[in-house]
Design a protein around this ligand. Structure first.
Ligand code: ISL
Ligand code: CA
Length: 587
């Protein structure tokens, strides 16, 4: 049997450079700051880090708008600092992934500057330019189709000097590259991938991995939202026909540097709920991506076409557990696929504020959610601050604290489209308080010192530090053994100790109708886990427990309360039982 590749049993820590650690008092996190925290990261027991974009960028979308793949955003540092970070990781036995953002560049990238300079420029065809349509009745100029951008408005921007539209699935400052042109692809591979592979990185998290192959007739999307001239169109531009070909090319580039396949790709896979579609990307035989980020879990309680079009806190446990089960079926033993387990990233609100209880039960619920994600199969991803139970920004903060382009555009859209209706605006603020991407981008809480130790006391951090930093921070939790942080370290430890059941076991939901307690099994060879998680504040009996443990030798591997292991679950109590399935059944 081939040995398990390193990344299958790995836990990977995600870093958001702007918000991790500032080293020079300008209020912006930076690469020297990350380097200064590598010992901390190593102490968690993770195997690798993923660093969000640190490339040069005008920052319309926090670095997901890259103006030069081969340079570093000056406030973060220089290329030499990335080299030092790579060396610092490798010296500690950590691997390092960078973010690969190649669906679009910044409008300030030299390629786009050339492309927009004239219709005859050799790089014109490197981006997606189309002539306008005209409304037959009014003769008004219109975008080439009705697609809506992810950040609101048309996905097409008019370029006055050259009298054409260009496509931008995200902000207008993020023009989409034309992947149909082979010269564009070769330039991308060389600049965005090879430049960094030559410097020794161990792989990429691949942004929006399924959007490169667009339908070349750019058809209108079906009208799902009659109140808006622009329609969500992800079903049309995601998972297009040439994706396999493009990913094969990407793999060839990786293999050139890492012939043994130990450099990995983690593709971000939005708008792809069907298991068979996911499998085409992650089947080992297909050789496309090492694994993907599925959206099932993090999309829970989001509006279908617009994240903020939701009523906060109306999710149900049966819905959440169905989403968990859906991602887990990729690793049910019937496929050669692989996926990831995660509850947070830089695009998501904090998990304690979504499915736990940031108030009185903060600590118990943070630990309970840690048990959930750490027990799932797939490669585990942990987002900075999640390991100390960081929570969403307080609801009483002014809307002006929200900086993300998605949040700002949404709020403005509500103001304008409702003529400042106070109820609509209040609902919009509540939706932001619940689900905005900003919550993940608050400064990391290192200590109870001013500015949470993220930056100098006198400095103004680029985002406000959470009010709760004196109670929730790394230093305090390092000193305290039963902290959320200590709990996470223990979980990562047992996950390493029993990879067969934790990272690769077959998931079975025991009671899909249960709205209070999530009970599941993870079946491995010779052993299994039984996981019981109370999602509420009532004491709950787990009816099935006796049957699941009966006649077997078992012990509680991890739990967030004291006890003998058989009592009813207290508020937000969770337990992970390790069961020896070989034990003879006692009558
Ligand atoms: O968070 C979203 C908008 O509400 C998602 O639709 C998100 O835009 C999508 O998951 C793609 O995300 C990635 O690419 C974006 C960037 O803004 C995100 O930060 C990144 O994770 C564009 O590069
Ligand atoms: Ca700085």
């Amino acid at each position: 049997m081939a040995p398990t590749p390193w990344w299958k049993n790995a836990s990977i820590y995600q870093i958001y450079p702007a918000s991790f650690q500032d080293s020079n008092g300008d209020g912006i996190g930076d690469l020297p700051g990350i380097i200064s925290r590598l010992d901390y990261i190593q102490s968690l027991g993770v195997d690798a880090i993923w660093v969000c974009p640190m490339y040069d960028s005008p920052q319309y979308d926090m670095g997901y708008d890259i103006s030069d793949y081969e340079a570093v955003y000056a406030p973060y540092g220089k290329v030499a600092d990335v080299e030092a970070l790579i060396a610092g990781c490798h010296a500690r036995g950590l691997r390092i992934l960078l973010d690969l953002v190649i669906n679009h560049t910044s409008h300030e990238h030299a390629w786009f500057r050339a492309s927009r300079s004239s219709r005859t420029d050799p790089k014109r065809d490197w981006y997606i330019w189309r002539p306008p349509r005209y409304d037959p009745a009014t003769r008004q100029r219109q975008p080439p189709n009705n697609w809506r951008s992810f950040f609101g408005g048309s996905a097409w921007a008019w370029d006055e000097p050259t009298q054409e539209y260009y496509l931008h699935l995200f902000a207008p400052q993020q023009p989409d590259l034309n992947w149909e042109n082979p010269a564009t692809r070769q330039a991308l591979y060389a600049s965005a991938m090879e430049f960094w592979l030559q410097r020794g990185i161990d792989g990429f998290r691949v942004d929006t991995v399924n959007m490169y192959s667009k339908p070349q007739d750019f058809p209108d999307a079906p009208i799902l939202d009659p109140s808006n001239p622009y329609q969500p169109a992800a079903s049309l531009f995601c998972n297009g026909p040439r994706m396999p070909e493009f990913l094969t090319e990407i793999n060839q580039v990786l293999r050139k540097y890492r012939p043994h396949g130990d450099a990995i790709t983690v593709g971000e896979l939005p708008a792809t709920p069907d298991r068979s579609d996911v499998l085409r990307y992650v089947s080992a035989a297909a050789n496309q991506l090492s694994m993907v980020f599925q959206f099932d879990i993090v999309d829970c309680n989001m509006g279908a076409d617009l994240r903020f079009n939701t009523v906060p806190h109306t999710w149900t446990l049966s819905d959440l557990r169905a989403r968990v089960a859906a991602t887990q079926t990729l690793m049910d033993g019937s496929t050669d696929g692989w996926s990831t387990a995660f509850l947070e990233n830089h695009d998501q609100a904090r998990c304690v504020s979504r499915w736990g209880s940031p108030g009185k039960h903060w600590e118990k619920s943070a630990k309970m959610l840690a048990m959930l994600v750490a027990s799932l199969s797939g490669t585990l991803f942990l987002y900075q601050g999640q390991e100390i139970g960081m929570t969403n920004a307080p609801n009483h903060w002014d809307v002006g604290e929200y900086k993300d382009v998605d949040s700002v555009n949404y709020y403005r859209y509500v103001q304008e489209s409702t003529d400042n209706d106070p109820v609509a605006i209040q609902n919009a603020k509540q939706a932001l308080d619940y689900l905005a991407r900003d919550h993940a981008r608050l400064p990391m809480q290192w200590s109870a010192a001013p500015q949470a130790g993220f930056t100098d006391a006198e400095a103004k951090p680029w985002m406000r530090v959470h009010d709760n930093f004196k109670e929730v921070n790394v230093k305090g939790q390092t000193d305290q053994e039963d902290s959320v942080l200590g709990f996470w370290k223990a979980l990562l430890g047992v996950r390493k100790q029993f990879p067969g059941v934790f990272a690769a076991g077959v998931y079975r939901d025991v009671d899909p109708e249960n709205e209070e307690v999530l009970v599941f099994e993870k079946l491995g060879r010779g052993e299994k886990l039984v996981v019981t998680l109370n999602f509420g504040t009532e004491v709950r009996e787990v009816q099935e427990l006796e049957g699941l443990l009966k006649g077997k030798s078992w012990r509680v591997l991890v739990g967030n309360y004291e006890g003998d292991g058989m009592e009813a679950l207290r508020p937000y109590e969770g337990r992970i039982y390790l069961v020896d399935v070989e034990t003879a059944t006692v009558a």
